[in-house]
Write a protein that binds this ligand. Structure first.
Ligand SMILES: NC(=O)c1ccc[n+]([C@@H]2O[C@H](COP(=O)([O-])OP(=O)(O)OC[C@H]3O[C@@H](n4cnc5c(N)ncnc54)[C@H](O)[C@@H]3O)[C@@H](O)[C@H]2O)c1
Length: 354
């Protein structure tokens, strides 16, 4: 398919000051990126690419001013594109992102970032050398509910972290080249990375493919952050019910983030156990139970992807530093790689190599 002949607006950073962005991959997720790019005041959606003509044509009808390309590499030759968002399966991320950076385009890559750490490090180095922005779509970091949760933590409302427990399960779309851990866990791992502020020391992971699929469809991951802080994740594509619970226990308060609760996604519980030594320290630890208020802070309703698109534009203009940049992507890859090792060794405790 040829690129379209006209663009409807004088798009471009040099024209209307907006960032001109192309989307590569128009399957399930790419159209969400396209919609948010087209809907942002900071960006123009100027080009789209997909290997499948049916998808390209359908999207072309929605955005008739957009240039259409039959593949990602072809789109990268478009001089009117300043930046690309890549929403193809993970096996193609590295090659497309490297080619995009070499073509002088800023890049936002879908999660999971790439398949190996050396690939990630090469992309980071290439972006740095070229002075280009390289980000990963850890979209939950841009969710108003998650941002409210981070603010509560920064404000000391939770106190010291005692535990993190996350359940992300539903009847999932099976992927050929990805396990449930690589598909779903990056969401929770990015939130935990931002919240804890340092990588885990080690982990224990188990996974299973009970339906006989090539890739694991059920996985449990326990991350040891030291000082008794354990973060546990359960991801599952076989669950008949959809659950998105992220619970954080703190010494002052605890909270539950329920991503499926539209009206009150965050609830802060003044409930917990205060431990103290008895007077002479002879009879051991005393436990006093607290059962106070439950508060649900107000959370804005902006779409996370809209926040992400605007943040990407801010990073490119120099107004912000990437919240989900290459360094975070590498930390998460290190966890996924260690988890694969632990799973291969029947859930053995595996230290992280960071
Ligand atoms: N951030 C999120 O919440 C989120 C949600 C869903 C998917 N994703 C990620 O988005 C990516 C895509 O997932 P999906 O579910 O949309 O997959 P999909 O299979 O539905 O779509 C991928 C599309 O990419 C096209 N494609 C493949 N190689 C290409 C190439 N070289 N050039 C142009 N087009 C090409 C395919 O034809 C297909 O239409 C994955 O990395 C996935 O993990 C992220």
């Amino acid at each position: 398919m040829n690129q379209r002949a006209t663009r409807s607006t004088a798009a471009g950073a040099g024209g209307n000051g907006r960032l001109r962005v192309g989307v590569i991959g128009l399957g399930y997720w790419g159209p969400n990126l396209a919609r948010n790019l087209a809907g942002s005041e900071r960006t123009d959606l100027v080009a789209m690419a997909d290997n499948r003509p049916d998808r390209l044509e359908a999207m072309g009808r929605l955005y008739p001013a957009c240039a259409l390309y039959p593949g990602g590499q072809e789109l990268l030759g478009d001089p009117d594109v300043d930046a690309v968002m890549i929403a193809t399966p993970v096996r193609s991320h590295y090659e497309l992102a490297l080619a995009a950076l070499r073509a002088g385009k800023h890049v936002l890559l879908e999660k999971p970032f790439v398949e190996t750490r050396p690939e990630a490090e090469r992309l980071i180095a290439t972006a740095q050398e070229a002075g280009l922005v390289l980000m990963v779509d850890h979209v939950f970091l841009f969710s108003p509910a998650v941002q409210a949760m981070m603010q509560l933590h920064r404000d000391g409302i939770l106190g010291d972290l005692l535990f993190i427990d996350s359940v992300r399960i539903n009847l999932g779309v099976f992927q050929q080249d990805t396990s449930v851990l690589w598909d779903l866990a990056p969401h929770d791992l990015s939130i935990i990375d931002e919240m804890v502020g340092h990588p885990p020391r080690g982990l224990v992971a188990v996974g299973a493919a009970p339906a006989g699929t090539k890739q694991h469809s059920v996985a449990h991951l326990h991350l040891d952050y030291g000082d008794g802080l354990l973060a546990s994740l359960h991801v599952n594509w076989l669950s008949p019910v959809k659950i998105r619970h992220f619970m954080v226990g703190g010494t002052r308060n605890s909270l539950l983030y329920n991503d499926l609760d539209q009206s009150e996604p965050i609830k802060v519980y003044d409930r917990g156990i205060d431990f103290s030594l008895d007077e002479e320290g002879r009879h051991g630890v005393l436990a006093a139970y607290r059962s106070g208020e439950v508060i649900s802070p107000r959370v804005a309703r902006t779409e996370p992807l809209q926040n992400l698109v605007n943040h990407f534009a801010d990073c490119i203009s120099g107004a912000a530093q990437p919240l989900s940049g290459g360094a975070q992507a590498v930390r998460i890859l290190a966890i996924l790689e260690a988890a694969a090792k632990s799973m291969g060794d029947h859930g053995r405790y595996t230290e992280l190599e960071v």
